[in-house]
Design a protein around this ligand. Sequence first.
Ligand SMILES: Nc1ncnc2c1ncn2[C@@H]1O[C@H](COP(=O)(O)OP(=O)(O)O)[C@@H](O)[C@H]1O
Ligand SMILES: [Mg+2]
Length: 141
Amino acid sequence: MTKYITKSLDETLKLGEKLAQNFKFNIIGLNGDLGSGKTAITKGIGNYFGIKNITSPTFVVMKIYETSKNISKIKKMIHIDCYRLETYDALLDIGLMDYINDDKNLIIIEWADKISSYLPKQTIYVNFKLGENENERIIEI
Ligand SMILES: Nc1ncnc2c1ncn2[C@@H]1O[C@H](COP(=O)(O)OP(=O)(O)O)[C@@H](O)[C@H]1O
Ligand SMILES: [Mg+2]
């Protein structure tokens, strides 16, 4: 596990950009409290792929973005938020398994613990905690 401490939103965005260059698997599970930076790091990851307009999918469960930079095999970024999810069936209905089985998709899942038993064992988990100071976040991968 690697532990990062960021001291501002911008540092978390930058960390997301850096991590995006080195992902060894295309399914990323983000866990940690509300406001701990899960959506923020997703924006950073999106930046790396040339995606600019990322907003939290909390109310829609899933958003799909096309990558605009031809820098890897990844063609789409699928951003999922399980916070309000009541049944896993809802994700199946949306077609989660088809998205997961296509390695041209990068899948980023907030509150992934809620569905971890359905995710591949290679899933990369990132854990978020609030730090001691207001703008500090502890991010472990
Ligand atoms: N170091 C930091 N990293 C990320 N976000 C930070 C940091 N410091 C303050 N913030 C603020 O914390 C909030 C993080 O929100 P968000 O990424 O939506 O959290 P989550 O998706 O985990 O609920 C934002 O309002 C952001 O401006
Ligand atoms: Mg969020």
